[in-house]
Design a protein around this ligand. Structure first.
Ligand code: SAH
Length: 476
């Protein structure tokens, strides 16, 4: 983040605007909309205010030299174009610590203007650090399309009633929950549909706001645990439900597989507790995790248990659900994209394929011991794709098991590491090469996929192509 987005109250003092032309008039319009008082030095002498809708006399046109004008009380300086005047105004403003923007000139600006979505009380500012206004505009279009038209009205509706309702609900988390219910429930829907009077009537009809927020007899909110699958690493692969759980959480207990980009999507004020293994240190253990979840819920918190991939695929989700059930804690499960599916999509491995691959097996071979426990004889079917989790160290045992089960040493296999992350890696070859392929990878987590379908994968085709080209280039 190059710049911090903040919302500035421009009614507290005049903004100094220097320059003329269309860019300056566009800035005048934004400043007027934000209620600013503007001291304008129109450098071309043209102070035509037509089309600017300055109904409240916010613009004060000033003659004279902006370089010698008094800056006392001014809250920001805006200047058109680079030129000499921009550079000089920037130096003046900076000398007295005033925020300054020289249009289209990052070097001489201490703040820049975002692209803006303006829906009354709801304003979205989009920045690209000054790199690309076109990208900012495209993002704005998407947000415009996403936001309900009356979202600003919903915000003002809440603003109107907050002062009277908040003091009635003592606990902060309960208050948050109350307003979430309003926003997400029928009352919010009424406001968004433009039926404000009915919404108001419904709000007055609520009775006890604390009870509406879901508090128990003692006035405490009901705790809840959500097990959330975070997917294999790319934050864009979070489901919308997962995102909502992360945004609503009071506390998030997460594993070592969860990437920092995903942690960035957690509500900023939520506590984050790592409970997985960390650089050589073991995790706190399953019983301790179960206890943390139960305790958090009993304290009335909304806890999220965030795991890599999916919670129910080698994710200990089953154990946690058992414990929560036993403790009588309310819970929900949000599925995630498991690493095997992430690898398949990224590297184009169709896990099933018409008559060639009719079944899929997901198995784990964490240690040699796990690999020994696998009944390899059920994996003889050549029309079965085998996906192995935690199989890096046990790769020799996986190979031995599958060969002993009668799988051909020529069976295509792939090792796919850190899938869907920026540093993802793949190595493909045949079953007899499996340990060598693993050795080519710079570290996990990695998944193994074994079966004819690996020959359809992008890295396999790439490798074949390279081989053909090498042969063609070989001297006869
Ligand atoms: N619940 C997780 C699996 C946890 S077991 C899921 O559904 O994906 C941990 C194993 O998952 C790792 O040893 C590795 O085999 C696999 N894994 C997890 N994330 C991965 C990733 N980004 N790329 C490759 N493999 C991954």
């Amino acid at each position: 983040m190059q710049y911090l987005p903040v919302f500035l109250d421009l009614k507290t003092g005049p903004v100094l605007l220097v320059g003329a032309g269309e860019l300056v008039r566009a800035k005048l319009r934004v400043l007027l909309a934000a209620g600013a008082r503007i001291r304008w030095f129109a450098t071309d002498g043209n102070v035509d205010l037509a089309g600017l809708r300055d109904d409240h006399g916010q613009i004060q046109c000033v003659d004279g030299d902006p370089l010698s004008t008094d800056l006392a009380g001014v809250i920001a300086v805006l200047c058109a174009g680079a030129g000499d005047i921009g550079v000089a105004m920037s130096a003046r403003a900076r000398a007295v610590g005033l925020p300054v923007n020289v249009m289209d000139d990052l070097t001489h600006s201490s703040f820049i203007f975002p692209a803006i979505v303006d829906r009354g009380d709801v304003v979205v500012a989009i920045g690209t650090g000054g790199t690309s206004p076109v990208v900012a505009r495209r993002v704005r279009e998407r947000i415009e399309a996403l936001l309900p038209a009356r979202i600003g009205e919903l915000a003002s509706f809440i603003g109107e009633f907050r002062k009277t309702i908040n003091p009635v609900i003592a606990e902060m988390p309960l208050r948050r929950r109350f307003w979430e219910r309003i926003v997400d429930g029928p009352i919010g829907t009424l406001v968004l549909a433009g039926r404000k009077a009915e919404a108001e009537a419904a709000l007055h009809g609520i009775g006890d706001p604390t009870a509406y927020a879901g508090a128990d007899q003692a006035g405490r909110s009901e705790g809840h645990v959500t097990l959330v699958g975070a997917g294999p690493g790319d934050p864009d692969l979070l489901t919308i439900k997962a995102l909502r759980a992360l945004q609503d959480a009071d506390v998030v207990y997460y594993d070592e597989l969860v990437t920092p980009e995903i942690l960035d999507r957690i509500r900023r004020d939520a506590s984050r507790v790592p409970v997985g293994r960390r650089v050589g240190k073991p995790g706190i253990g399953q019983d301790a995790v179960n206890k943390l979840l139960i305790d958090a819920a009993r304290e009335g918190k909304r806890a999220v248990r965030l795991k890599g991939g999916d919670c129910f695929v080698f994710g200990r989700g089953g154990e946690e659900v058992d414990a929560l059930r036993k403790a009588g804690v309310s819970y929900a499960i949000v599925p995630g994209i498991t690493a095997g599916l992430g690898a398949a999509a990224q590297f184009e491995v169709p896990l099933t394929f018409r008559s060639k691959a009719l079944r899929i097996t997901f198995l784990t071979a964490h240690k040699e011991r796990d690999a020994e426990a696998v009944d390899w004889s059920v994996l003889t079917d050549t029309k079965m794709t085998v996906v192995v989790y935690m199989g890096m160290t046990a790769a020799p045992a996986v190979r031995a098991g599958l060969l002993a089960a009668g799988r051909s040493p020529q069976t295509p296999v792939g090792v796919f590491a850190k899938v869907t992350r920026a540093d993802a890696q793949a190595a493909v070859g045949t079953l007899d090469q499996l340990p060598d392929l693993v050795a080519r990878i710079d570290g996990g987590p990695a998944i193994l996929i074994i079966g004819d379908v690996v020959a359809h994968s992008a890295p396999w085709r790439q490798q074949n192509l390279s081989r053909v080209i090498a042969q063609l280039l070989e001297p006869a």
